[in-house]
Design a protein around this ligand. Structure first.
Ligand code: G3H
Ligand code: 13P
Ligand code: ZN
Length: 311
């Protein structure tokens, strides 16, 4: 099976009341860990590449590695551009074989966001590629851009129907209280998601797939592991998994997870090196890192996404 776009997987996810995991990939071990978990649990998957990941690992390497994962697993896998910030970047990924792109115009004025998103949709749809747009701004860090909690803004449900109709996007990322990175909430804060906004959005867009970015839970076990073995992560707090599970049963069809993978891999690699100071073969510690990614993705598929057996 070749790489697929997100059309069919989102339709099934919406109807089935589950979500697809969109996992960020940067190297071979991460791709292998994620897709080994998907294979074992029969889960459809989205592997997403940020501009930073593309710069780090190179477009061709990442694409070929993901194609290798498709061959090895036989799973429906979409290769997706995460947070595309220009038409040129989206075009380059579409021309280079990605099956899905995000054009993130959420920082632009409403009309400019529509114009840019529409331009990407026209180019993408003519080539069978699906497009994710974004309305509303998340707090947190992505590609070195830091949006403070004060500058973040929830999605306005009154805009979504107009945005989707005029742009033709296939899915929409919304801001309901998630945020990027490991420091989503301050100690003492009570993590909350605005389910009222999600409900209003889905009323206005019946059957339409919604996306949640910034959806890592910052699993405490791995923060503790990082800190036990020499790390210094102060008060890292994420989104409770039961809230994400609830969102997955609603209109949310794609849940983005990166920070939880980073934490799991880094925690386990730190532990490995601390416990084996004589090791210097990268396969030893990266092998452990890959296994940690696999374990984390299995956990997410079963406890958050509910997409096991849906491939
Ligand atoms: O939303 C951002 C993702 O976590 C990707 O992060 O831009 O550092 O690759 P990155
Ligand atoms: P996290 O930082 O919560 O993992 O979010 C990742 C993300 O939204 C990628 O686009
Ligand atoms: Zn994101």
């Amino acid at each position: 099976m070749p790489l697929v776009n997100t059309k069919e997987m989102f339709k099934k996810a919406y109807e089935g009341g589950y979500a697809i995991g969109a996992f960020n990939v940067n190297n071979m071990e991460i791709i292998q860990g994620i897709t080994e978990a998907g294979k074992e649990l029969g889960a459809p998957m989205i592997l997403q590449v940020s501009a930073g990941a593309r710069k780090y690992a190179n477009h061709t390497y990442l694409k070929k590695l993901v194609e290798a994962a498709v061959e090895e697993t036989g799973l429906p896998i979409a290769l997706h551009l995460d947070h595309g910030d220009s038409f040129e970047l989206c075009k380059s990924c579409i021309d280079g074989g990605f099956t899905s792109v995000m054009i993130d115009g959420s920082h632009l004025d409403y009309e400019d966001n529509i114009a840019l998103t529409k331009k990407v949709v026209e180019y993408a749809h003519a080539r069978g590629v699906t497009v994710e747009g974004e309305l509303g701004q998340l707090a947190g860090i992505e590609d070195d851009v830091n949006v403070s909690a004060e500058d973040a803004s929830f999605t306005d449900p009154d805009q979504v129907q107009d945005f989707v109709t005029r742009t033709g996007v296939d899915s929409l990322a919304i801001a309901i209280g998630t945020s990027h990175g490991a420091y989503k909430f301050k100690p003492g804060q009570n993590p909350q998601l605005r389910f009222d906004i999600l409900e209003e959005v889905s009323k206005r867009l019946p059957g339409f797939p919604i996306v949640l970015h910034g959806a890592s839970s910052v699993v405490p076990e791995f923060v503790e592991m990082v800190n036990t073995y020499g790390g210094k992560m102060p008060d890292a707090i994420g989104i409770p998994e039961d809230m994400l599970r609830k969102a997955a049963t609603m209109a949310v069809c794609k849940i983005n997870i990166d920070s939880d993978l980073r934490l799991a891999m880094t925690g386990v690699v730190r532990k490995h090196l601390a416990e084996n100071p004589d090791h210097f073969d990268p396969r030893q510690y990266l092998g452990d890192g890959r296994a940690a990614i696999k374990g984390m993705v299995e956990h997410k598929i079963k406890n958050v996404l509910g997409c096991n057996g849906k491939a």
